[in-house]
Design a protein around this ligand. Structure first.
Ligand SMILES: *Cc1c(COP(=O)(O)O)cnc(C)c1O
Length: 246
């Protein structure tokens, strides 16, 4: 194993251990939580090293960057490629044809496009619904910071649930940037409550997955019920570049 792989492996294993400790602290099974290693804006070399180090789920934010990597790494067989960033409508086809999982479905319009492209490609895409529970106007996701808003989400969500080629699996959020992990806790709790609300409204849908928590707050997210945590810098280090690969 080269040095890069070794250092990523060490941080990957440490992260798994921290997830396990957080899970046990609230009597959850550590195996019920998946660690998505966020390789957005990391080189192909780092991304390959993450897989060699043991990563099973890779998180990418930009469709082209992710597709370039997954194609040069020999398709999607060894790992699952998760799209975790906002997807513009014109990128729907790339996502539908290449990714294994979408965390950041944030509009009915995008859902319809993805469904159509999945149908044409003969694929079915598991998706999470992204909610803005923090009240920041600039964030993507359905506005859901006030419980009084939840009822107004139901029309969009029932239309999405009816789409034949998307499988709704749960919810995702990205809370406002805070100064400590504890800052995120009420936002994670709110997503959990929204999950319970939607499960009552749509009893035939399994909303079991909760994607929440990043390098700075994943342990709190696990304590509040996360089943997928998205950890980048704590495992693969600082990002190499910030702009989308063209
Ligand atoms: C970048 C990103 C992450 C990972 O953030 P880190 O601080 O590097 O762990 C998680 N989720 C989303 C949506 C991101 O864009």
């Amino acid at each position: 194993m080269n040095e890069l792989v070794e250092s990523i492996r060490e941080r990957y294993l440490q992260t798994l251990e921290r997830i396990a400790i957080a899970a046990r602290s609230v009597n959850r099974q550590p195996e019920s939580i998946k660690l998505v290693v966020v390789t957005k804006s990391q080189s192909l070399e780092v991304t390959r090293a993450a897989v060699e180090a043991g990563a099973q789920f890779l998180g990418e934010n930009y469709p082209e960057e992710g597709v370039t990597k997954l194609q040069s790494m020999g398709g999607v067989s060894a790992v699952e490629w998760h799209m975790i960033g906002h997807v513009q409508s014109r990128k729907a086809q790339l996502v539908a044809e290449n990714f294994n999982f979408l965390h950041s479905l944030d509009s009915l319009k995008l859902a319809r496009k993805l469904d159509r492209f999945c149908g044409e490609a003969g694929r079915s895409l598991p998706v999470l619904l992204e909610f803005n529970v923090g009240g920041e106007e600039s964030k993507s996701g359905w506005k859901a910071w006030d419980e009084a808003m939840w009822n107004s989400l139901l029309d969009d969500l029932s239309a999405i649930i009816a789409l034949p080629n998307l499988q709704v699996r749960g919810l995702m959020t990205m809370p406002p940037l805070g100064t400590s992990a504890e800052f995120s806790r009420p936002y994670f709790q709110k997503l959990k409550r929204l999950q319970e609300y939607l499960a009552l409204k749509f009893p035939r849908v399994n909303f079991g997955e909760l994607s929440m928590g990043t390098s700075s707050d994943f342990e709190v997210a696990v304590q509040e019920g996360a089943t997928l945590v998205r950890v980048g810098t704590a495992i693969v280090g600082a990002r190499q570049y910030k702009t989308e690969v063209k």
